[in-house]
Design a protein around this ligand. Structure first.
Ligand SMILES: *[C@@H]1O[C@H](CO)[C@@H](O)[C@H](O)[C@H]1NC(C)=O
Ligand SMILES: *[C@@H]1O[C@H](CO)[C@@H](O)[C@H](O)[C@H]1NC(C)=O
Length: 416
């Protein structure tokens, strides 16, 4: 009997070995691969090595950045990978602090851009990828969780403020040409330019992001989305010197929920229509957002230039404004410095935009401003339940070249 039991046990072991569960996913730790956790050396080589190992793994694998400060020069993590990759960050990745930071660390490339940096034009940096610090490109199935990205932008901002000839600067985190990406619980501070750019992607979830740069820092947009479909931004606190979220051409099915914005320039669709041939923006929702002390709230903005661009299907709802300049604004007259706007008239067609349940206080007398294009009027613009004051006085509405309707509580009275 005992013998039989032993045989049975032995067979069971054999079976178990045969039908083995997949081994636990491999984790590649950058310190084990030689990264210095005290910021004393560039972590790019060990990080790229960890990425390479994880990316070649036939089973889902992870890159781990443990607690510590890791100096990091410009890096591009390239896909495609054999399986999804998880990047888990407990520490802080720091861009080389020099003026021009990450960009300058790579030889002369940055210097050749000379003074071209559009440092004083608000949201003028339309090209979202001038220089890039951390890039994930061509990856299908990626998660990036935790950690802090410190763009060390102060030196570049100081250079710009002194109006010297400065490097272009770099976007901190770029996701390009990728699919099925989750970025969760990441903190991004002091980027030289944009904090996070999503470009040419599908199905990207940005969750619980914390983004911060001083109100005076130029072009430090929080999240910029362009040429991308099905991007979700859920739960973010964004305090910057430029747009909290900016939406560029070719964006479709963008969903933004529970974002706190300010200081900064608000959530902006645009600037659109700088170039003649341009992809449109469709199906954007912003819901449950709070703006505090920002220089715009919900904005759609286009250059006063001929363009094939358009915005169709936007839904802004359940938004609180605290002391916000231009809480609701469509501005199709954008044309600052040096760019020619021959007829000062935008070709971008804006239609099907709804504002529902927008409340709070405006810091400008005009709280609702539709300043649309003469040649391409805004159409199907709907306001419902808008209650905005200017301090303790009533605010005003202003309408130019706009067709639509209002319903529900309407203060200021609608001009539609
Ligand atoms: C609009 O985008 C949302 C995501 O925000 C998506 O669920 C919905 O299907 C899209 N609507 C259309 C008509 O494509
Ligand atoms: C609309 O735009 C024009 C051109 O930029 C500007 O002069 C005007 O003041 C704007 N109107 C409002 C109410 O902002």
């Amino acid at each position: 009997m005992e013998k039989l039991e032993q045989t049975f046990f032995f067979l069971l072991l054999l079976l178990l070995e045969f039908f083995q569960l997949p081994p636990a996913a491999a984790v590649y730790d950058v310190v084990e691969l030689g990264a210095a956790a005290d910021g004393s050396a560039d972590s790019a080589p060990p990080l790229l090595r960890a990425w390479d190992l994880a990316c070649r793994s036939p089973l889902p694998a992870a890159v781990h950045v443990p607690v510590g400060r890791f100096l990091l020069s410009k890096v591009t993590f390239k896909g495609p990978c054999r399986s999804p990759v998880a990047v888990k960050i407990d520490g802080t990745l720091v861009a080389a602090a020099s003026h021009g930071g990450a960009a300058a660390s790579h030889g002369g490339a940055a210097a050749s851009h000379g003074g071209a940096a559009a440092s004083h034009g608000g949201a003028a940096a339309v090209d979202p990828i001038p220089e890039r610090w951390i890039v994930f490109d061509g990856v299908r199935g990626l998660s990036i969780t935790g950690g802090t990205l410190d763009g060390s932008g102060a030196a570049l901002w100081a250079c710009k403020a002194a109006r010297r000839s400065c490097p272009t600067g770099a976007t901190s985190l770029t996701l390009s040409n990728s699919e099925d990406v989750v970025v969760a619980g990441v903190k991004s501070v002091d980027s030289e330019l944009y904090h996070v750019v999503v470009h040419g992607c599908r199905r990207v979830k940005l969750q619980s992001l914390q983004i911060a740069a001083p109100a005076s820092s130029p072009n430090t947009d929080g999240v910029h989305v362009q040429m991308s479909t099905a991007v979700t931004i859920y739960g973010a606190a964004i305090r910057t010197g430029d747009d909290c979220v900016s939406v560029g051409p070719g964006t479709a099915d963008l969903f933004i929920e529970r974002v706190a914005c300010g200081p900064g320039h608000g959530i902006s669709i645009g600037s659109l229509g700088k170039t003649y041939e341009e992809e449109g923006v469709t199906n954007v929702t912003v819901t449950w957002a709070v703006f505090a002390g920002s220089s715009n709230g919900l904005r759609i903005k286009s250059w006063a230039r001929p363009s094939t661009g358009f915005v169709k299907g936007v839904f802004f709802q359940h938004v609180l404004m605290w002391d916000v300049q231009n809480p609701i604004i469509v501005d199709q007259n954008y044309c600052p410095h040096a760019v020619s706007c021959p007829k000062q008239d935008s070709g971008v067609r804006i239609s099907e935009v709804r504002f529902n349940d927008i409340r709070g206080s405006s810091a400008t007398p005009v709280a609702v401003n539709f300043n649309c294009s003469r040649s391409s009027r805004c159409t199907d613009i709907f306001l419902q339940d808008v209650k905005l004051t200017f301090g303790d006085r009533p605010a005003k509405s202003s309408c130019s070249h706009v067709d639509g309707a209002a319903s529900g509580v309407m203060s200021p009275p609608s001009c539609l």
